[in-house]
Design a protein around this ligand. Structure first.
Ligand code: SF4
Ligand code: SF4
Length: 225
């Protein structure tokens, strides 16, 4: 338990540092395409057809083309590397799936065409209470409580047998085959992908930070337009 909490605490600190580094890196690349002799900042309001306006347009292109493509390529590499690791069948991910959405919200999302919500609901049913979920993975529930994350709903798959096997393994849906597709999710200690997560997490954190920063730049530049 102490180790799990320590991991998250240090990860948050690490993320802060990575975020600052990523922001500096992006700022440097934006400054590299600044037109000569232009004064002002990238989020300033510039007149139409000015070099400042052109700089903002080029920055949006840089972010959405070059940098976003680099991020996408690296994310794909991370996922490809995951295939070098294997599930060891601990069944925790079948027995405890978490979502920020309630069953009713998921149903609504599924009706609105959200494919993930549709798949999730085709697999998982909600626990009757948090205490039921706590019996499956107590460290995880404690961790959420410690981080004051109370708006989480807990689910389990009824296709899991008592001896922790999938009763419909050949037909299991894509979300089961893809798990874990995000190295930033919290994995049980016994998970066969834990080592993958540990190895790729620093890069995944950096990519996550870059996506957040790109969103920030995009919104601010559009607001200035
Ligand atoms: S369908 Fe099978 S693999 Fe998917 S969550 Fe249920 S028991 Fe696990
Ligand atoms: S938590 Fe990891 S090792 Fe356990 S069943 Fe899920 S993918 Fe497999």
């Amino acid at each position: 338990m102490t180790d799990l909490n320590y991991t998250i605490d240090s990860l948050r600190k690490e993320y802060r540092e990575i975020f600052i580094q990523s922001a500096e890196e992006i700022k440097k690349r934006v400054e590299n395409i600044r037109p000569d002799n232009l004064e002002g900042e990238i989020f300033d309001k510039f007149p139409e057809n000015s070099s400042g306006k052109k700089w903002q347009e080029e920055t949006l292109k840089l972010l959405s083309n070059d940098i976003s493509k680099e991020i996408y390529r690296k994310l794909n590499e991370i996922l490809a590397y995951r295939t070098k690791f294997n599930c060891v069948g601990c069944a925790t991910c079948c027995n405890l799936a978490c979502s920020e959405f309630s069953p009713e919200e998921l149903k609504q999302k599924a009706q609105n065409g959200d494919n993930f919500a549709k798949q999730f609901l085709s697999v998982f049913v909600p626990y009757n209470s948090k205490e039921e979920a706590r019996k499956v993975y107590p460290e995880y529930i404690e961790l959420l409580e410690k981080n004051k994350e109370y708006d989480v709903y807990f689910y389990h798959c009824p296709k899991l047998t008592e001896d922790k096997r999938c009763s419909d393994y050949e037909n299991r849906p894509q979300i089961c085959r893809d798990f874990p597709d995000n190295p930033l999710s919290i994995l049980p200690e016994a998970c066969g992908y834990k080592k993958w997560k540990e190895e790729v997490e620093p890069v995944a954190l950096m990519l996550h930070a870059m996506i957040e920063i790109i969103d920030f730049y995009t919104i601010k530049i559009k607001e200035a337009s």
